[in-house]
Design a protein around this ligand. Structure first.
Ligand code: FAD
Length: 451
């Protein structure tokens, strides 16, 4: 197979993974990055504390191991450890629900009924995440059939959950996972109702923090001769004439603009306000690794997001990382879901303050204990996420109709004969497993196209 000159646009997790995979097969790869590498996963330092911003939960580690296998890497530098409490305690208007629900809990039997229904899909998840969708691929067909047996006729997460008649607290806690696609349960794909059962026992974090993923990918790229051109935004595809192939690892709206095409204005998924602070001494040992405070009312939440207005109550994720054993200070990450307005919200904004009071109350504390003066050291909002990402800072890009999610309705990996696409653009809402999976899929497809 002749060596091609490949330009990758974007040095997020998906762009760096694909760059390493292509370089491993002998291609000459240059990655263009408008800023510094990492994309949504990056290291930010404030004073003597370093925070890994963006993803906090590393799920479906088999996808990562498949990347390592394809790179011929014998050892895994991530040192993944299982996060205590899995997906965390979900604070719903009907009471707190830990997911997975442990034995002895009043909701355990109902959780088991739910998990048993989804369990037959587990052996197929790796196939669905890493195989190019094809109606002639036996493993893909088997996995898709298994998926359809579990989803039945339902398209949305909300529809599937309502048909099961779970107790309100469990229903509410499971429904919040539709927001992994950046939409409410009645808009988000049915796949997201199944996620808690598929990943609750498989939630990890690298021992040295999520930044270890970035370090590993940068190391793999450097070892294979990938040229990384940080601080070099691509402003037009015509500006990349010296390459045989181009792969976009940026949001589809961005690559549409780079192609000189009009960018359609569609509904957008949610954005976020991410606040990072030292873990207060008073909360050491008092907070679970992950707490999820759900919106009280999903329809009201979804309507506000569609109108790009602030919802009465929002989804908040709180990650408490005591860093025990590492000798480093503990860290707190507090993520509030906000509309994709492209405008930042100061922590002093009355709506932010009201949500912080709500979160603190759910966690059994008060806002001053949760975020003592001087407040968060780092604050990233829609304006930040819009700079290198989707319009409005929508974390998961355009909000797609439920039927367009999942393996049976693939997004376009191949835009033209010389332009391909990886990352959130092809697996909206999927997080790290899906963007890593998209790099494996595009690597496979490029090989079958003779590259
Ligand atoms: C707050 C938050 C929490 C999250 N939590 C989780 C979690 O717990 N678990 C999980 O699995 N996932 C999580 N995610 C999602 C996960 O971080 C993303 O799915 C993943 O990082 C996306 O990677 P990507 O490579 O597709 O895109 P990006 O990270 O968006 O990378 C795109 C890159 O392209 C660059 N770029 C853009 N335009 C240009 C241009 N014209 N020229 C050159 N470069 C350009 C950008 O600067 C950026 O570096 C979270 C995301 C956020 C924001």
């Amino acid at each position: 197979m002749p060596s091609a000159r490949v330009a990758v646009i974007g040095a997020g997790v998906s762009g760096l993974t694909l760059a390493a995979l292509l370089a491993q097969r002998g291609h000459r790869v240059t990655v263009y990055e408008r800023d510094r590498p990492g994309g949504k996963l990056r290291r930010e330092t404030s004073g003597d504390l370093t925070f890994d911003t963006g993803p906090s939960l590393f799920t479906f580690p088999e996808v990562w191991r498949r990347v390592l296998a394809r790179l011929g890497e014998k050892s895994d530098p991530l040192d993944l450890y299982p996060l205590p409490g899995g997906l965390g305690v979900h604070h719903t208007p009907h009471g707190p629900v830990p997911l997975p629900v442990p034995a002895g809990h009043a909701l355990h039997a109902e959780w088991e009924r739910y998990a048993a229904e989804v369990r037959p899909l587990r052996p197929h998840v790796l196939t669905l995440l890493t195989t190019p969708p094809s109606l002639t691929h036996p493993a893909f067909l088997r996995a898709s059939a298994a998926l359809l047996r579990v989803t039945g006729p339902h398209l949305t997460a909300g529809g599937w959950l309502r048909a099961r008649i779970f107790p309100p607290a469990l229903h509410h806690a499971l429904a919040v996972h539709a927001l992994n696609a950046g939409q409410g349960p009645d808009e988000g794909s049915v796949l997201y109702a199944l996620l808690p059962a598929l990943m609750a026992d498989d939630v990890f974090r690298p021992w040295r923090g999520m930044g270890a993923v970035l370090d590993a990918l940068l190391g793999y790229c450097a070892a294979r001769g990938v040229q990384l051109r940080s601080g070099e935004p691509v402003t037009s595809l015509h500006a990349l004439p010296d390459h045989d192939l181009t792969v976009s690892a940026v949001d589809p709206a961005r690559v549409t603009a780079l192609r000189g095409l009009p960018v359609p204005r569609g509904p957008l998924s949610v954005s976020g306000l991410a606040l990072y602070a030292p873990l207060p001494d008073a909360l050491h040992g008092r907070l679970p690794a992950t707490s999820v405070v759900t919106p009280d009312d999903y329809p009201a939440f979804a309507a506000a997001m569609r109108a790009r207005a602030l919802p009465p109550s929002t989804l908040a994720l709180v990650h408490a990382d005591p860093q025990s054993g590492t000798g480093r200070a503990g860290r707190l990450a507090l993520l509030l879901t906000v509309p994709p307005t492209g405008r930042d919200l100061p922590v002093t904004h009355p709506w932010v303050q009201s949500q912080l009071r709500r979160v603190a109350a759910a966690l059994g504390t008060d806002p001053v204990t949760l975020l003592p003066a001087p407040g968060p050291l780092i604050s990233l909002g829609p304006q930040h996420y819009a700079q290198g990402g989707a319009p409005g800072g929508a974390i998961y890009g355009t909000a797609l109709p439920a039927w367009r999610s999942g393996p049976l309705h693939p997004q376009p990996y191949r835009l033209t004969s010389t332009l391909w696409q990886v990352g959130t653009g092809v697996h909206p809402g999927g997080g790290l497993p899906a963007v890593l999976g998209s790099a494996l899929i595009v690597d496979t497809l490029l090989r079958t196209h003779g590259h």
